[in-house]
Design a protein. Structure first.
Length: 226
């Protein structure tokens, strides 16, 4: 078994004890210590850089988003310049209830918009070369749905129509027609705009539903000329 090895902290090397950022967990454990001059001169003088680093130092929860909060429990603006102090890293859910029905999350599943068994589609939609593995578990690639709706979504019974920043539930088959046309405004989602369901993925899923239930077959166009 490998022995744990410790190293000199950057705050010691930079000697910036009074100009440093401490990131703690909600239990008070220290996660990271940053010299502010190190960040300021490093080319990305933003809280976004700090959050990016912290996300590399912890075990992320794919169903939650990491945020940084100040002592007033306000979420920090990721585009703002960092300042010295003690801050807390929190993993919070983007969704706390089913996106369609509003039932509590303990009766829900985390559903992939595009099946995780199709990394090739992720690569195409995200313009990632085939030689690079795509990210499959980013929060914007999933939805929180009641368990039976998760299965209905996977069966292409319903989907989400993208209209501007809003989503509309479109039910094609399989019941659930009472939810058809339900509007889901962008304000429905917690956190930052980049955490919202990726519209490229939603449009891909909606297209599969159109092929299956409006055209009547899901692959190719050979039936058109028959």
């Amino acid at each position: 078994m490998a022995l744990e090895r410790t190293y000199q902290l950057a705050v010691h090397a930079w000697g910036t004890y009074h100009d440093a950022i401490t990131i703690q967990s909600i239990s008070g454990s220290t996660i990271a210590l940053f010299p502010v001059p190190f960040i300021r001169a490093g080319g990305n003088n933003t809280w976004r850089y700090v959050l990016e680093v912290v996300n590399q130092l912890i075990e992320p929860d794919p169903n939650h988003c990491g945020v940084l909060k100040d002592d007033a429990e306000e979420v920090l603006d990721l585009d703002a310049a960092p300042s010295s102090g003690v801050y807390v890293y929190v993993q919070q859910a983007r969704d706390t209830v089913c996106l369609v029905t509003g039932v509590h999350y303990n009766k829900c599943d985390s559903a992939h918009i595009v099946p995780q068994s199709r990394p090739d589609i992720y690569q195409t939609l995200l313009d990632i070369p085939a030689s690079f593995p795509p990210p499959l578990f980013e929060v914007q690639f999933g939805l929180l749905l009641r368990k039976e709706l998760h299965h209905a979504f996977d069966r292409l019974d319903f989907s989400f129509y993208v209209m501007g920043d809003d989503l509309y539930v479109h039910v094609f088959t399989g019941g659930l027609f009472e939810y058809h046309g339900k509007k889901i405004p962008a304000q429905r989602f917690h956190g930052f705009p980049e955490w919202r369901p990726d519209q490229r993925f939603l449009s891909w899923h909606y297209n599969q539903c159109l092929k299956a239930h409006i055209r009547g077959f899901s692959y190719g166009m050979s039936h058109v000329n028959e």
